[in-house]
Write a protein that binds this ligand. Structure first.
Ligand SMILES: C[S@@+](CC[C@H](N)C(=O)[O-])C[C@H]1O[C@@H](n2cnc3c(N)ncnc32)[C@H](O)[C@@H]1O
Length: 188
């Protein structure tokens, strides 16, 4: 008994190492398909604006900054969702095997960008392969300015900018003047 060599811990240790190596190579494999996410920390959500909730610059943002990379929820062609509201948060999305585009719900902050016909300062681009939308500052943006995209010309709601324009026009006719933009710099 005294001369017996005790069982070493080498076998379980080796097994552990192998498992760790396997985990690492599985992870490496998985990371080959990773989509890089770029986003700015200089954004905030303002809850009550004439357009509802909106995304604003909490610091100066320089032209060309990637503001966010948002994943999407792709709907099936022809898929219908009861209720209208969700469609206000969807974009047309090309589908490889279908002649007609389907709809995609934009997840994250992407769904919070409001529309402007004349003062948009954010551009967006679909990355169809990775199923993300990338939002980029089109010009320098001041702290406190709202970040606005274009939804195109077929709006499903009454555009506050139109109302503002009409108000300004009637003011101009009365001898007042100037088109104002929403600016919440005082809030920060
Ligand atoms: C994608 S959501 C944007 C986030 C929305 N403001 C919220 O609070 O959830 C689109 C909706 O925002 C509102 N909206 C966006 N731009 C607008 C604008 N220029 N005038 C009025 N409402 C606007 C409309 O209600 C529209 O259906």
């Amino acid at each position: 008994m005294g001369d017996d060599v005790p069982m070493t811990t080498a076998a379980p240790e080796k097994k552990k190492e192998e498992e760790e190596e396997n985990r690492e190579s599985e992870m490496e494999e998985m990371m080959k398909n990773a989509v890089p996410i770029q986003r700015s920390l200089d954004l905030c959500l303002v809850l009550e604006t004439p357009r509802g909730r909106g995304v604003f610059a909490s610091c100066f943002i320089s032209s060309g900054t990637i503001l966010d990379t948002c994943p999407i929820l792709l709907l099936q062609p022809g898929e219908s969702i009861p209720g209208r509201t969700i469609w206000d948060y969807s974009y047309n999305w090309p589908t490889p095997n279908s002649p007609t585009p389907t709809q995609a719900i934009i997840l994250g902050l992407g769904s919070m960008f409001n529309h402007s016909s004349s003062r948009q300062n954010v551009g967006w681009r679909r990355n169809v392969e990775n199923q993300v939308v990338v939002y980029t500052a089109l010009r320098d943006v001041r702290r406190g300015e709202e970040l606005l995209i274009s939804y195109g010309s077929r709006l499903t709601f009454r555009d506050v900018e139109e109302d503002e324009r009409r108000k300004e026009e009637s003011k101009e006719e009365e001898g007042d003047g100037g088109l104002g933009g929403l600016d919440v710099e005082g809030l920060f």
